[in-house]
Write a protein that binds this ligand. Structure first.
Ligand code: AHR
Length: 317
């Protein structure tokens, strides 16, 4: 349905206004829970500026109802397209149908929804299951057959990265009977909650003596947890291995200091591919792939973390 409506809108758009690209784009961002999220916001704003796009930004402060209200407001304003980083995966059908009815293409950034793909133009993101699998496989090889009791800090409950990174990690360690996830709780992708939940894990696990590794669904929670491990008198990166996801500057500092062991990169540049797809779509109706996948690279202490920190430190994280 969306494709039919959108093709009609392309015809009207190019014949009527004579405009080659989308000029006004609404962006509903989740909030600022992590360094990675801050960088994605910065990159999106910079990309929009460079391309002469009037970006209407709305910060949902972690609440889906705020995102739905923002999307409705963008629709009422008659924007040319909408970008949304959906905080959770469910509950989007109605508002996406409203956008389709209004012939406004929607692009998902970094997180997925469980709605029909017919209701959005494309999604830009990483393979979130793969990220978790890479982290799990790294741990399997790092512990090399030794018994390993793992604690897990999950992302925001109901979000696609929390669901998929958990699944992927479990797949990565499947078959390694020496590795067991003994505790798993949400830290909501924040540094503060990561620290608090890690403190409770340490307390419940013999002061941390019974924990071999931490798997955190993002670096910010890992950084908070590293602080908790240090305050408990243990050495993160040695007494407790730390593997997480995002590749933000602070985790490279921790890797360089030997306090973290591995991270899987998630690029904050989701907007570049999204704007490219929209430009091609508005130029001649080119339909993008339904999923535009970004890379997921593993970094360890052996990958020049100090240099990686320098390369990233001014990018808006
Ligand atoms: O959706 C991507 C995740 O959201 C990032 O890994 C995390 O840091 C963020 O908050």
């Amino acid at each position: 349905m969306l494709e039919r409506l959108l093709m009609a809108s392309v015809a009207v758009f190019s014949l009527g206004a004579g405009v080659a690209g989308a000029q006004t784009i609404g962006f509903s961002q989740i909030g600022s829970e992590s360094g990675w999220r801050a960088a994605e916001t910065t990159v999106t704003m910079n990309e929009a500026k460079e391309r002469g796009i009037d970006l209407r930004f709305s910060d949902a402060q972690q609440r889906q109802e705020n995102q739905i209200a923002a999307l409705r407001s963008f629709i009422a304003q008659g924007v040319d397209a909408i970008l949304v980083a959906p905080v959770v995966a469910t509950g989007w059908d109605s508002v996406l149908e409203e956008a389709a009815e209004a012939e406004i293409p929607v692009v998902l950034l970094d997180r997925m929804v469980d709605s029909s793909p017919d209701l959005y133009l494309t999604a830009v993101g990483s393979d979130l299951v793969h990220e978790g699998r890479v982290a799990g496989e790294w741990l399997v090889s790092a512990v090399n057959g030794e018994e390993c009791r793992v604690v897990e800090l999950q992302g925001t409950t109901g979000s696609s990265p929390a669901i998929d990174r958990k699944k992927g990690f479990e797949e990565g360690i499947a078959g390694a009977d020496n590795i067991e996830i003994v505790r798993s709780q949400t830290g909501d992708f924040t540094r503060t909650r990561g620290k608090e939940v890690m403190e409770s894990f340490l307390q419940a696990e013999n002061g941390g003596a019974d924990i071999c590794a931490l798997y955190a669904h993002n670096d910010d929670m890992a950084v908070g947890a590293i602080q908790a491990i240090k305050e408990a008198g243990l050495k993160p990166g040695e007494d407790i291995l730390v593997v997480s996801i995002d590749a933000v500057p602070d985790i490279f500092q921790a890797l360089a200091a030997g306090e973290a062991n591995a991270t899987v990169e998630l690029t904050p540049n989701m907007a570049g591919p999204a704007f490219d797809a929209l430009e091609a779509f508005f130029a001649d109706g080119t339909m993008p792939e339904k999923f535009i996948q970004t890379e997921s690279k593993l970094y360890t202490q052996a990958d020049d973390p100090a240099g990686e920190y320098e390369a990233r430190k001014d990018l808006g994280y």
